[in-house]
Structures are given as C-alpha cells and as structure tokens.
Design a binder for this molecule. Structure first.
Ligand SMILES: Cc1ncc(COP(=O)(O)O)c(C=O)c1O
Length: 389
C-alpha cells in the first residue's frame, strides 16, 4: 500500500508521543500538564439532562448539516452578547469540534500550494492539517517580549497564493491574549487583500467577562472577511462530545456545508444537545470556572517569580504557560527529562513550529494551584541536569 506523502510528512500526534515517554502512567506522583483538558466533569445538571434525553431516544438521529437550529440560534445570541455584535443563526454551522471546524474551513478556502499566514508558535494540529493538505504555512516570528504577532510582518508575506491569516487567541501554546487592536489590524490587512481572517477562539470563555475580546462582530462587513472558530469542549467540559462551530458569512457557510456533508454529515447529535443545554443553563457555572482559571493564571505567574528558578515564564493565560528553559539543549530532551526524572508531563516547544527549541508548554489548567509550589520545586531540581553540547 502506498501512502499520501503529505500525510507521511506530518508530525506524529504529540500528546500520545509525550505520554509514551512516561515510565509509570499510574504513578501518584505524576503532575499532568500535558493536554488542555478541563480539570472537572460537566456539572451534574448537564449529565442528568443528557442521560434522560438519551434514554428518551433523543440524539440518535442525524441533524441538519448545519446543526440543530435552536443551538445555532443560542450560539448566535451568545456571540452577539459576548462580542456586542450582530450574528444570526444563518451565520453559524455546528461542527464535530473546533479541530474539524478548522480542517473544513481550510478545505473550503485552499487548494494544495495555497498559503496561510500564521504566527509562531502555532497549535500543532493546525500545522499538521496544513501539511496533510499541502497548504504552505508562512510563519510570523515569535516576539518573546510581547507574544503578539505583527501585522506589518504579515503584510510582507502576502502574495497571489495567500488565502488566509490564521490567529489563535487566547493562544495555544503561549496563552497570550491578543489585544483587540492587534486583531483588528489583522482584520484590516485581510480585508484589504481579499483574504479570510480565521480566528480560533476555543479559549475565549477564559477571557475576563468585562473585556470584549474584539469588536469584529460589531462591524457591518464582518462576514466578508472574518471566520470565527469555536469549541464547546473546554467551556462545558465536553471534550469527548466533539462539538464546535464556525461563524462566517453565507458564501463560506454554503461551501462549508458540502465538506460537512461529506465528512461528519452533522456534528454528533448528543454533543449538540449538551452544548445547547450549556448555553441555555450554565452561564453562571461558566463564569465560575472562568474565574477559577483567572486565579490560576495569577498563581502560575507568582509561582514563576521564585528567585532560584532559571526557567522563565514568557507568557501565560487561559490554559497555558509558555516557558523558556535554561539549557542549551533540544526542547524534546528537556521535556523527556522532566517527564522521566521529575514526573511533570508537558510538551516541548518543538511541537509548536520552528525555532521553538528553547521553550516548553505547561497546560496549567489541569492542575490545581495548590500544586504549583511542587511544580516549581521540581523545575528547580531539574536545573542540576547537564546536557552534552
Ligand atoms: C487552539 C485549539 N483549537 C482547537 C482545539 C480542539 O478543540 P475541539 O476539542 O473543539 O476540537 C484545541 C484543543 O486543544 C485548541 O487548543
């Protein structure tokens, strides 16, 4: 059997690879800062509702390709409130998670050989999908002082093959929350050149509720340029239910429906019911969880101010801390050592694109702040390690 060389060239799935370095996955001493998963189950009320719905025979059938109308309406309303903008049910298509939303949008916009501009470091699944589809990533360099991408740098990379600019905010892996000004500058650039601005906002519920993430949805012309990607995975702890969404203009949604019909047909029905329940009933629960994570972000920043620590916190927010390690060594070797000697499971920066050997990602959302002192103690202990040049 011969394989697609583009897929052969794709990196292996990173989370599984990092866990393959763990000597004893059952060890009580492990601190799991590997994958971005909520540390809690969905609330009991959601589980009760979903259990009863499934028992009553709901959720077993296909839904509309675009998703359950009530869910599309509820999400449009939620987006409208969160961003103080104008979004309607017709702008929304529900997907089998935000990853599928991204893959389908790329397939809708790009042919092999086309280009997408995205900042370093970047989310590994985005990079893998672009490689599998032979869409060329054009990277923006990582500014270690601000962790913000530069629209002027992006302007220099635009050519006749460019189809989109892709940003993730709050960012995976850096945790950086891009300012509305930065996002709006990228929108202007994309608009001037007839490109799509794809914003993956999987972690938008972990931005302070008093802060509007950006004002793009308030623009009358947002649909010509802006493509919003969303996930229900983190906000309602529904990672396994595979539910996400795209909000975009009609021309894109119409083409996207073809891809959706061929791949998922529709997003999982049970996941859609759960997401709808969440939007209708869990607003206060969501704010509570978001507040817990905001406290955790403060705690991780404080923890990294330890005077003996030579690991430097570059940026942190939402679920992630992006950290510069103190060694002249490959990130992968540093992480293997942290996993095997200190039992901190985390990811090397090298999974997040080129020039990231000096960094590691800690998904701190998984770990209660009462354990941060222990994390810092282990990082300090790891500093004794000498690597061969
Ligand atoms: C930036 C980003 N986008 C998408 C996803 C995947 O979301 P979903 O579970 O909705 O597919 C993740 C999950 O870690 C993520 O970090």
């Amino acid at each position: 059997m011969k394989f697609n060389p583009n897929v052969l060239d794709c990196a292996a799935a990173p989370i599984a690879e990092a866990w393959s370095w763990v000597r004893d996955p059952a060890s009580d001493n492990l601190i799991d800062m590997c994958q971005a998963v909520p540390a809690h189950l969905p609330p009991q009320s959601l589980r009760d509702y979903l259990g009863a719905a499934i028992m009553a025979g709901e959720g077993a059938s296909y839904t509309d390709i675009r998703g359950i109308p009530a869910l599309r309406e509820a999400l449009a309303e939620d987006i409208g409130k969160r961003y103080r903008g104008r979004v309607s049910e017709a702008d929304v298509l529900i997907t089998a998670g935000c990853n599928q939303a991204f893959c389908s949008v790329v397939d809708t916009l790009c042919q092999a050989g086309d280009e997408i501009i995205l900042p370093l470091p970047c989310y590994f699944n985005h990079q893998m999908w672009l490689a599998a589809r032979a869409v060329k990533p054009r990277y923006l360099s990582f500014n270690v002082d601000t962790a913000m991408p530069d629209p002027e740098e992006a302007a220099k990379l635009i050519n006749s093959r460019t189809r989109a600019i892709l940003l993730v905010t709050p960012n995976n892996p850096s945790g950086a929350i891009y300012s509305p000004r930065c996002i709006e500058a990228f929108f202007e650039l994309a608009r001037e050149h007839g490109l799509a601005l794809i914003l993956d906002e999987t972690y938008r519920d972990f931005i302070d509720i008093d802060q509007v993430p950006h004002k793009l949805f308030a623009r009358g012309d947002w649909r010509d340029t802006f493509v919003h990607l969303y996930s229900f995975s983190k906000v309602f702890s529904l990672t396994g239910f595979r539910t996400g969404a795209v909000a975009a203009g009609q021309p894109l949604i119409d083409q996207l429906k073809k891809i959706q019909d061929c791949t998922a047909i529709c997003a999982p029905h049970a996941g859609q019911l759960a997401a709808l329940y969440g939007l209708n009933n869990l607003y206060h629960w969501k704010l509570e969880k978001s507040e817990e994570l905001a406290q955790r972000a403060i705690a991780i920043k404080q923890a990294f101010s330890h005077p003996d620590l030579r690991y430097r916190l570059v940026s942190a927010g939402a679920y992630f801390a992006y950290v510069e390690h103190p060694f002249e060594a490959a990130a992968r070797d540093v992480v293997k050592d942290l996993i095997q000697k200190q039992e901190i499971v985390c990811l090397p920066g090298s999974y997040f694109g080129r020039d990231q050997e000096q960094f590691i990602r800690l998904a701190y959302a998984n770990v209660h702040e009462s354990r941060f002192e222990d994390v810092i103690g282990r990082l300090i202990a790891s500093q004794q390690r000498r690597y061969n040049p």
